[in-house]
Design a protein around this ligand. Structure first.
Ligand SMILES: N[C@@H](CCC(=O)N[C@@H](CS)C(=O)NCC(=O)O)C(=O)O
Length: 233
């Protein structure tokens, strides 16, 4: 089936940015973006909840050639889907039984699950919850887990190869490099190997397009913004 139109619901520099990056990789600028004012709590309104009951960006809306509209609500699934939908871009080992495909899927999901959990706990308890609800022990636990467990695994890979799955850029880099940026924003992933990795991926034109709006992101959720009371974790 052919894709007729792609639309991304997005908030600058959040997890929707990795899907925006992937979209620029595969279709250039030929997709629509709607910004969602997360700090105003728009994602908890009925209109947005009808798109994504998990009240999150990204949402990727796919209009198929026949006119049917489908929505995806998980960023790793979107990135994997786009890599497979545009195989001519060479951003994923072909589906099927191969060590390369197994390793690629493993890193894509390591970024979107294990790494995301650690980083989001740090962010939620340092910058999102109202001060009275923050838990310093949670921050300490996940900072330590990330530094002791995730970072060495990534560093080992990047010492051997320029990209997370070898000598070629793949969609898994959209996930993992985004998380490395996120980590560095919180003082993690400070070793030279990570700086070099980010310097390599950020030379990609699709990366520059995807993060052109990153300055609109402000890490701290002010306590007088609707999100401070609406956020469910
Ligand atoms: N599993 C989701 C998580 C997405 C997510 O947590 N998005 C955050 C921004 S990074 C969000 O929109 N949060 C708004 C909220 O929960 O109110 C994915 O990776 O697609």
């Amino acid at each position: 089936m052919k894709i007729a139109h792609l639309k991304l619901y997005h908030h600058p520099a959040t997890r929707s940015a990795r899907v925006k990056w992937m979209l620029h990789e595969v279709v250039g600028d030929a997709f629509e973006v709607e910004k969602v004012a997360l700090y105003d709590g728009v994602q908890y309104g009925a209109d947005f909840l009808a798109l994504n009951p998990n009240h999150c960006v990204p949402v990727l809306e796919i209009t198929w050639e026949g006119g049917e509209v489908q929505r995806m609500i998980e960023s790793a699934a979107m990135v994997a889907f786009l890599a497979d939908a545009y195989p001519e871009k060479g951003l994923a080992p072909p589906p099927g039984a191969s060590p390369q495909r197994a390793d690629y899927l493993q890193m894509l999901h390591f970024g979107a699950t294990s790494m995301d959990v650690m980083l989001s706990q740090v962010r939620i308890h340092e910058h999102m919850l109202p001060a009275a609800q923050r838990d310093a022990r949670t921050v300490a636990r996940y900072r330590s887990k990330f530094a002791q467990e995730a970072e060495p695994q990534l560093a080992r890979r990047l010492e051997e190869n320029p990209y997370i799955c070898g000598d070629a850029f793949t969609a898994a880099d959209c996930l993992v490099a985004y998380d490395v940026f996120w980590a560095r924003g919180y003082g993690l992933c400070r070793d030279e190997i990570f700086r070099r990795y980010l310097s390599t991926v950020s030379k990609r034109p699709a990366f520059a397009s995807a993060f052109a709006d990153a300055r609109e992101f402000s890490p701290v959720v002010p306590e007088d913004k609707p999100l401070a009371t609406l956020f469910t974790g």
